[in-house]
Design a protein around this ligand. Structure first.
Ligand code: THU
Ligand code: ZN
Length: 297
């Protein structure tokens, strides 16, 4: 199989390409550390913002837009200095609301890697209303800077004036806040334990339906997705979508999926099992293992 970044680096300046090539192996999943970033800045002689804009075609190479053929790439820069790429994902044959936007993919990438604050979001098309609302759920969301090709950088509050957000529903610990709830289960199945741990890190202030999905591939690798709710409800990111987007970023195919586990809290007002099954079954004919857990007191 041809390396998926071959085409997207064609247009980039040669000194940048030379420094990038060693990073862009088949296993590259869109995470560039602060140290690697400063090496890219030095080699390319671009300032950080110009470099991040130049890297957007690399982020867009993670896109899987089977319906629209519209390739969106996004990069989230976290307070650690690391950057996280993401791209849109469309599920074949399923309702459009199952889609993952590039901004959501990049933000969830940073969150799954333990980041607690995002400072900048760089994206190759203007963020849609749904993404503006999704970004507004994050810690200090209104101050996150949005960078677009050919546009002045501006904070989210410029793109989403008169915003509705978590505070309107009395939620004071927004998405990305460090928050770990303990859940208990009697199992020594590593996949289930991983899903249980991810469930504790999920964000469900509106329904208490803490939940996570972990997918295992035939080579033994695992890919998790946590549930991330939104004050406006509909832009919430489902754990199956987050896990599938994670898997695709890691250069796996849907046919590599061997097991899929959804863990959710018994205390939620809703269940994500129907939504998770619909999403999973659009790409893999395997059973969804569904486990309900109790918060440990
Ligand atoms: N899309 C994004 O990824 N981000 C945006 O904010 C604009 C739209 C994606 C969603 C869908 O996969 C395709 O672009 C067409 O809307
Ligand atoms: Zn969007």
């Amino acid at each position: 199989m041809q390396n998926r970044f071959i085409d997207c680096i064609n247009q980039l300046p040669k000194p940048l390409v030379d420094e990038l090539i060693p990073l862009l192996g088949d296993e590259f999943s869109g995470h560039i550390t602060a140290k690697q970033l400063s090496r890219l800045i030095k080699a390319s002689q671009l300032d950080e913002q110009a470099l991040l804009l130049a890297l957007l075609p690399v982020a867009a190479a993670f896109s899987s837009p089977g319906i629209s053929q519209f390739f969106v790439g996004a990069i989230a820069k976290a307070s650690s200095g690391d950057i996280y790429m993401g791209a849109n994902l469309e599920l074949p044959g399923e309702a459009l609301f199952h889609s993952v936007h590039a901004e959501q993919s990049a933000i969830s990438h940073a969150w799954l890697c333990g980041e607690t604050r995002i400072l900048d979001i760089v994206v190759n098309f203007s963020p849609c209303g749904h993404c503006r609302q999704f970004i507004n759920e994050l810690v200090d969301g209104s101050h996150i800077k949005i960078h677009l090709p050919g546009q002045e950088s501006a904070p989210l509050s410029h793109y989403l004036p008169y915003a509705f957000g978590p505070k309107d529903l009395n939620v004071t610990e927004p998405l990305l806040s460090k928050n770990d709830i303990e859940f208990a289960i009697e199992s020594n199945d590593p996949l289930i334990i991983e899903a249980l741990n991810q469930t504790g890190l999920s964000y469900a202030p509106y329904t208490a339906c803490h939940a996570a999905v972990v997918l295992e591939t035939y080579d033994g690798a695992t890919f998790s997705g946590r549930y991330a709710e939104n004050a406006a409800f509909n832009p919430s990111m489902q754990p199956m979508q987050m896990a599938l987007s994670n898997l695709i970023r890691h250069n796996k195919s849907y046919s590599d999926i061997k097991r899929a586990v959804l863990v959710e809290s018994s205390k939620g007002q809703i269940s994500l099992v129907g939504a998770a099954m619909d999403a999973l079954h659009s790409v893999a004919a395997i059973e969804l293992e569904h486990i309900v857990v109790e918060p440990s007191l």
